[in-house]
Ligand binder design. Structure first.
Ligand code: NAD
Length: 256
């Protein structure tokens, strides 16, 4: 059977569909991923994103905020692309249990899902938090301070270091989100990975949890992943084309 038709058929049969997304879902919204040519790793030093580095001192925090400010410019302007919108449509049709995302760009929320449907495993770039007292700020408010010349912003209440509310390499994963992601993955009956190289842990072990829980695994990604052999179906290509095609078949299936 054609892989698009097969995926649509599985979605129609599914009672607990979980979609797991990575940076590749948002490249068509103009946000570069990490590992593709022209991606973030070809322009920045991965060590500068390291959490210990951020904690190390004022100079490294200033460098971090400089990179983060550049990256935020594209995140702020980005709009959901046809793949985000197709996932939202599946939600509207009552076919989506949850979307677990490694992305920090807020595009699933902008596509329309309620907050209860989205698990942000690596946090969000749309907020900032104080590493000392946990106070949260709107990102735009803090970017405004940077525009005014502050290089490494500090908390109004406790003067602790402020950092975008994302999870950096070496930083602890958020406990509630991580547990919830494992629980929902293990309980899913269909788990669809979209736009992830599946090399960043612990997020990359979720497909395994789903598979061990009895789910069918579908991987939709431009390049191969280490989990392709484990998948029931692999579709190599562009998410912004493949997802709307799958959605179209699901809609036809619901009508017929
Ligand atoms: P990754 O960069 O490791 O892999 C992205 C994958 O997406 C690649 O395998 C690539 O082949 C594929 N891809 C790229 N464009 C695609 C498209 N249009 N259609 C289908 N596939 C496409 O990203 P990752 O696996 O998400 O892991 C890296 C980390 O990057 C995550 O922790 C995430 O937090 C962070 N990140 C997020 C954003 C974002 O929020 N948009 C951007 C960059 C990095």
């Amino acid at each position: 059977m054609d892989p698009i038709d097969q995926t649509a058929e599985w979605i129609l049969q599914s009672q607990r569909l979980v979609v797991f997304t990575g940076a590749g879902l948002s490249t068509e919204s103009g946000i570069p991923d990490f590992r593709s040519p022209g991606g973030v790793w070809s322009r920045y030093n991965p060590a500068d994103f390291d959490f210990q580095n951020f904690l190390a001192g004022e100079a490294s925090r200033e460098r971090y905020w400089q990179m983060a400010t550049e990256m935020y410019a594209s995140i702020r302007e980005a709009r959901p692309n046809p793949a985000h919108l197709a996932i939202y449509e599946l939600d509207r049709l009552g076919k989506l249990e949850a979307v677990i995302t490694q992305n920090i760009d807020g595009l699933h929320e902008k596509a329309g899902h309620g907050a209860d449907k989205i698990i942000e495993l690596h946090g969000t770039a749309l907020h900032v938090s104080c590493l000392n007292c946990g106070k949260r700020y709107n990102r735009d408010e803090i970017q405004e301070r940077i525009k005014q010349g502050i290089k490494a912003p500090a908390c109004d209440d406790c003067q602790g270091p402020l950092k975008p509310a994302t999870i950096s390499f070496g930083q602890a994963m958020p406990e509630r989100e991580t547990q919830e992601a494992y629980r929902r993955s293990a309980a899913s009956d269909l788990f669809i990975v979209i736009g992830s190289s599946l090399v960043v842990q612990p997020a990359a072990s979720l497909p395994l949890a789903a598979k061990q829980g009895g789910a069918k695994l579908v991987i939709i990604n431009r390049d191969s992943t280490p989990y392709d052999d484990l998948a029931n179906l692999v579709i190599h290509g562009q998410a912004g084309r493949i997802l709307p095609a799958i959605l179209g078949r699901v809609e036809e299936g619901i009508k017929s």
